[in-house]
Design a protein around this ligand. Structure first.
Ligand SMILES: *Cc1c(COP(=O)(O)O)cnc(C)c1O
Length: 221
């Protein structure tokens, strides 16, 4: 299945009016699909698996901004640290410290998003509010990461009211952090929420970065 050009241009038009960044989620899709979207002007791509992103990255243009959006294991950070543009799924202080360590080895400062657990499903990853505060408390000591914002995944449900409540909750925490900033932190600028099925609602509730896969590349097998 090739890239859906019509969907891409319509989406781009919609998102540019909303000042929202599109991360094209290319997991499980071949490099030819990524190249196809790149040729239309897309530069931000998201991947979920370390092995997959490290295999694809050398085969594609070097100005692609690779977002790691999946669950990241501490022992695999070293493989993506040299090139990753942003890591969305920071869900523990231990993981953040490892990103900092590997970034230092690469002489880089890696932008990250802290993932909050906003869904009802226990299976989804992410920090709760107390853990978030603990991470923020220690982040000032870590010189090779910069916390750019928050990320969350809503429940997989057809209950739109539930999804909206979860997005509102994440946005409220984002605003709360920015309202209580100390001089140690930069303001958060990125709120990554919304996927193919719920991005419009996510933007209504404050998102400025959406992660969209199936709408652009077709369903994953
Ligand atoms: C797969 C994935 C997406 C994209 O999902 P679509 O429904 O295909 O748009 C977005 N975010 C995360 C974290 C994902 O794993």
């Amino acid at each position: 299945m090739a890239v859906n050009k019509a969907a891409y241009s319509e989406l781009n038009h919609f998102l540019s009016e909303k000042n929202t960044t599109l991360v094209a989620v290319s997991k499980t899709k071949p490099v030819s699909d990524i190249q196809g979207l790149y040729d239309l002007g897309q530069r931000d791509f998201g991947e979920n698996y370390v092995q997959e992103i490290t295999e694809k990255q050398p085969l594609l243009p070097q100005d692609i901004r690779w977002h790691f959006i999946g669950h990241l294991q501490t022992n695999k950070v070293k493989y993506i640290a040299p090139f990753v543009y942003m890591i969305h799924g920071i869900d523990s202080l231990k993981l953040l410290k490892e990103v900092n360590k590997q970034a230092l080895k690469c002489n880089r400062v890696i932008p990250v998003l802290l993932q909050l657990h906003i869904a009802k499903e226990e299976t989804k990853f992410g920090l709760d509010e107390n853990e978030l505060n603990e991470v923020l408390h220690h982040a000032g000591e870590l010189k090779n990461i910069v916390i750019k914002g928050l990320m969350g995944m809503a429940s997989f449900t057809s209950d739109e009211a539930e999804v909206r409540t979860e997005f509102k909750y994440l946005n409220s925490i984002y605003n709360k952090i920015n309202a209580h900033l100390t001089t140690h932190y930069l303001p958060l600028t990125t709120l990554s929420m919304g996927m193919s099925g719920d991005y419009k609602m996510a933007i209504e509730e404050g998102s400025n970065m959406v992660r969209i896969g199936s709408l652009l590349f077709g369903a994953r097998s």
